[in-house]
Design a protein around this ligand. Structure first.
Ligand code: NA7
Length: 552
């Protein structure tokens, strides 16, 4: 294997004696969350040190440099909002930017706000232990650092702990293999090679057309077919950019009122049920949205996410499109999903279905031909052995909790975070955890996070945390921690909202939102649907003197 599992070897935690408090804040991760946290906290007068496992900034957009990696949120909105100068000077070349451009943006931000001087690269936090006597976090890293900080801010990302499938013989393959989420920085050539891609989530769907354009042959191993919508990507018209900039404040405010924090510029094409319009009109509306590209399809009618029947109609349209796009009808049927549309994270692609019309591309479906093992030279299915020169694991992540529980985090009385979350993550507001004082999770489980434009959620969390830390500082307190009652009530609230979200929690749907992609992970819906109500609640908590928290 060329990849390595991100399991952290816990180094000995720092000792209580002799170590000085070095920083007000240690931030883990220099993706968009960690970078903004550094900037805000520094501006508020806190001393901050950031540890980053990679050799550069960007987080998700540093690690996921696989071919075809692209953001599914429009770049104009998948940008920081906090600086007008930054907004106005940065030009996105495409509506949905690729990984190289987003990484370039992250680097630009790091330079522009002089962030690098407080970021320690190629250093992984291995353990963090709360010292109850001193009210500080004692932190150890892979580079041998032993530091103490008042606050520990986890900016570790929702999709960063990679999932390598537990297929028998996985590590026995002796040729090239990669996980999309740990793609090497050095160029990878597919030319003349027989390539296997395992997994057909967003990473698989995005990489398949690019790999197919270069490889001698490509075999796509699909376990569950995904719905994918065409991006219709291209340059953003100059007048659209100008309009966006000129009306930014109003657009941003309107986005904060959208369930996903984005898309206010594009309201539902039809304000009503798909079931109430004649069939010909439905096709017309769906067709226009399909051509327009991106998530506009999901906004064709206003009840696709709220009515099973309406959802079925939308899903039927996409399946018809798959049958039109893929010439071999047997393959087309295998590519047609059986689950509600949108219950798993939607995918935006650039020519995925059409790729299966290429004669050197084969779909291998687990329902007919499950994988039995990985061998030294390829993949063994129930039907026989396939030889490959390269295997690409596009098998996703231990989402939302993996990047936290893979670190040895100990709160009060040595309680391990991974034990506290054994039955599923438990947080207050997705921001803090009982028995883990002075720990904050940016876009943690129990907050809207991955159901939103992450940039919006990151900024909201970082602003809230910074204001909270200023409040604690003003009061001369040294710890802040949610009460158990507040946390329990929040967990109940998240479960209650999730149960009412019929699209994401449909019993027929297994998704990484529910943790069901990881064997043994508790089946709990981790993000909280509905950004506007969430923001309101966070604001209320702050206005009420951080209700539900105890300061000491
Ligand atoms: P995803 O969406 O979790 O996709 C992972 C894919 O890998 C998915 O098709 C899985 O099938 C498949 N998978 C996982 N484990 C196995 C095993 N053991 N055998 C065969 N196939 C397997 O991850 P991505 O990286 O594509 O995307 C993550 C997010 O990044 C995405 O949602 C966007 O928000 C951006 P399954 O569906 O579980 O049957």
């Amino acid at each position: 294997m060329t990849t390595t599992q991100q399991t952290d070897q816990a180094a000995a935690p720092p000792t209580a004696e002799g170590d000085q408090l070095q920083y007000d804040l240690v931030v883990v991760g220099a993706g968009f969350a960690g970078m903004y946290m550094l900037h805000r906290a520094r501006t508020a007068g806190f001393s901050v040190h950031v540890y980053e496992a990679g050799s550069g900034v960007g987080g998700t957009w540093y690690w996921n440099r696989y071919p075809g990696a692209r953001c599914d949120v429009e770049s104009l909105e998948y940008s920081y909002s906090f600086s007008k100068e930054l907004r106005d000077e940065w030009e996105w070349p495409e509506r949905y930017s690729g990984q190289p451009d987003i990484e370039r943006y992250a680097n630009h931000v790091a330079d522009r706000f002089d962030l690098r001087r407080d970021i320690q690269f190629e250093t992984r936090v291995t353990s963090a232990v709360f010292d109850e006597a001193q009210h500080v976090w004692a932190i150890a890293t892979s580079a041998g650092d032993r530091v103490r900080a008042r606050y520990l801010i986890m900016a570790t990302g929702c999709l960063s702990a990679v999932n390598l499938p537990n297929i028998p013989g996985r590590d026995s393959f002796v040729r090239e293999s990669y996980h999309t989420g740990q793609w090497p920085k050095e160029p990878v050539s597919f030319a003349g090679k027989r390539v296997a891609v395992i997994g057909t989530g967003s990473s698989g769907v995005q990489s398949v057309p690019v790999i197919a354009s270069q490889a001698a042959s490509l075999t796509v191993f699909q376990r569950t077919p995904s719905y994918s919508l065409p991006s219709a990507n291209g340059p953003i018209p100059v007048d659209e950019v100008q309009q966006f900039r000129a009306n930014f404040e109003a657009i941003h405010a309107a986005n904060l009122k959208m369930p996903g924090g984005t898309g206010s510029r594009f309201t539902a094409a039809v304000q009503g049920s798909v079931l109430q319009v004649p069939i010909e009109r439905r096709s017309d509306v769906f067709g226009k949205a399909w051509t327009a590209g991106g998530f506009s399809f999901m906004r064709s009618f206003s009840d696709i996410a709220t009515s099973h029947e309406a959802n079925g109609v939308a899903a039927g349209f996409v399946k018809e499109k798959i049958r039109e796009l893929v010439r071999d009808q047997e393959t087309a049927e295998l590519l047609c999903p059986e689950i509600p549309i949108g219950c798993k994270r939607m995918i935006i692609d650039s020519g995925y279905y059409e790729t299966f019309n290429m004669s050197h591309v084969t779909l291998c479906d687990a329902r007919i031909e499950p994988i039995e093992a990985i061998t030294a030279t390829g993949v063994r299915t129930v039907k026989g052995d396939y030889e490959f020169d390269m295997i690409v694991f596009a098998t996703g992540f231990d989402a939302m909790v993996g990047s936290l529980t893979r670190i040895d985090i100990q709160g009060r009385a040595g309680l391990q975070l991974r034990d506290a979350w054994e039955a599923g993550p438990r947080t207050y507001l997705g921001l803090a955890v009982t028995d883990f004082p002075n720990l904050f999770t940016i876009t943690g489980p129990g907050s809207p996070s991955v159901l939103t434009n992450m940039m919006v959620s990151i900024e909201q969390h970082v602003d809230w945390i910074t204001n909270c830390l200023e409040y604690v500082r003003e009061r001369g307190a040294s710890t802040i921690e949610p009460t158990l009652a507040a946390q329990e009530a929040w967990v109940d609230h998240v479960n209650d909202v999730a149960t009412r979200d019929i699209m994401h929690t449909a019993p027929s749907c297994d998704s990484w939102y529910l943790g069901s992609n990881i064997p043994g992970k508790p089946r709990v819906f981790m993000p909280l649907p509905g950004l506007p109500a969430y923001i309101e609640r966070c604001n209320q908590v702050a206005a009420a003197g951080y209700e539900g928290f105890v300061l000491a």
